[in-house]
Design a protein around this ligand. Structure first.
Ligand SMILES: O=C(O)[C@H](O)COP(=O)(O)O
Ligand SMILES: [Mg+2]
Length: 428
């Protein structure tokens, strides 16, 4: 017989890490039995009673399933912080999102949320710049930031890439980033691209009088190479680096965060590939957990979805992610499987809305997100019939209209770039 970890009524200690799981036992398996096995496997136990686990040790380190709702298929488990290497995301995930996702006794299991105790939060740095630091860096306090992704995703040479970035800056973009699958290919090597694009960002700064940020993708095959690329950016005078957080992995992200502090660079997080484990609502790990880990580790800005663009994500889900990025105290919401989280003063991350956006969507984006968002347009800028610079200008015009509460149609009467954008993208 395995130990019973069901402990309804247990009140989690201030130092406990609490997880909420969605759990669907396999046919014939009792709900509490599945919860017991899951709690044991994610902490101290095995499939059979193990003689090497003394009753004293089990008592000290046992997980507590303090909430189990069979109808809602929901359980909450409190784990002693002694089970964890406090500053390690990989180790925490190996426990609470590790073997348990593969167990035969469950058809589906999903880690919905992790509430981190203050004692664990203290072991992480959180964002270095965060939302306020990014605003200071860009010199824009009172509006959403406008960014673009150089398109096509891959294929341009470094000269052309820098030119597209320059046109985007000149037209009004605050930020220009690489696409997620552009790193150091033959046609557009990392060093040359970084050098040429940063040079033209500087030129655009002096011509427009605005700060212009280039977010070069440092995702690399090894941590060592990633850090080297980041230091190349530092030496070239960059303010930012971007990274594909899921393909790179949490060890790489924690390494990058440490090195970025020394290099004085802000970090942009692209979440591509997250859906491999976040999209199935019944299995895997929620995007909410991914977002919380990003803030914990200390990324400065994160893609969270758009509501109105091309990526999946309902409005309430995207806004829940936004709350985890920006609030200091996130209240519990049982219906959304969200645990209360006190971020203990860890800086907020800048939320990024990106994927399938056009300038015509800016009024909706502004009403959904408010001013604390980075709106990114790839196709929505580079497919403008008058070209990239006009696409960026159309975005700024649509933003001005939204901030002033003027309809895009009215604003377009004396703003040509916007007028053309409306002709292309406004649904009739
Ligand atoms: O990385 C991104 O977020 C996408 O490249 C956005 O591009 P799109 O605006 O053309 O969809
Ligand atoms: Mg992309």
């Amino acid at each position: 017989m395995r130990r019973d970890y069901i402990d309804i009524g247990y009140s989690p200690k201030d130092t406990d890490l609490v997880c909420e799981f969605h759990i669907e036992p396999t046919a014939g398996v009792n709900f509490e039995e599945a919860a017991t096995h899951m709690a044991g496997e994610s902490s101290i136990d095995s499939w059979t009673e193990i003689a090497t686990l003394s009753p004293e040790l089990a008592e000290k380190l046992k997980p507590h399933v303090f909430y189990a709702n069979e109808e809602a298929q929901s359980v909450r488990v409190a784990y002693s912080e002694d089970l964890f290497e406090l500053g390690s995301v990989p180790q925490v995930l190996s426990a609470v999102a590790g073997n348990i996702l593969s167990m035969k006794i469950v058809d589906n299991l999903r880690l919905q949320d992790i509430a981190f105790p203050r004692s664990m939060l203290r072991e992480f740095k959180g964002p270095n710049f965060g939302l306020p630091g990014i605003r200071k860096l860009v010199g824009v306090q009172d509006r959403p930031l406008i960014g673009t992704i150089v398109k096509p995703k891959v294929g341009l040479n470094s000269e052309k890439h820098a030119e597209v970035a320059y046109n985007s800056f000149a037209g009004g973009c605050d930020l220009v980033k690489d696409d997620e699958n552009l790193t150091d290919q033959k046609f557009n090597g990392f060093e040359k691209r970084a050098e040429l694009t940063l040079k033209l960002a500087e030129k655009a700064e002096s011509e427009t009088g605005e700060r212009k940020m280039y977010l070069c993708n440092v995702t690399a095959p090894t941590c060592k190479e990633m850090v080297r690329r980041m230091n190349v950016l530092k030496d070239l005078g960059a303010s930012y680096a971007m990274v594909d957080i899921v393909p790179a992995g949490w060890t790489a992200i924690q390494t990058l965060r440490e090195e970025a502090q020394d290099a004085g660079l802000a970090l942009h997080a692209h979440r591509c590939m997250h859906s491999a484990y976040t999209r199935n609502p019944r299995h895997g790990i929620s995007m909410l957990v991914v977002a919380k880990l990003c803030r914990l580790v200390g990324l400065d800005q994160l893609h969270i979805g758009t509501v109105v663009g091309k990526m999946h994500g309902e409005k309430h889900e995207v806004l829940n992610l936004r709350d985890q990025c920006v609030l200091d105290k996130v209240p519990a919401d049982e219906s959304q499987h969200i645990l209360a989280q006190d971020w203990g003063g860890l800086k907020p991350m800048f939320p990024v809305a990106s994927g399938g956006l056009a300038p015509t969507m800016i009024p909706d984006l502004y009403s959904i997100f408010g001013k604390d968002v980075i709106m990114q347009f790839g196709g929505g800028i580079h497919a403008h019939p008058m070209g990239t610079a006009a696409g960026a200008t159309a975005c700024r015009q649509a933003l001005e209209a939204s901030l002033e509460g003027i309809s895009l149609q009215d604003y377009a009467k004396d703003h040509k770039e916007l007028e053309i954008a409306l002709g292309k993208w406004l649904k009739k």
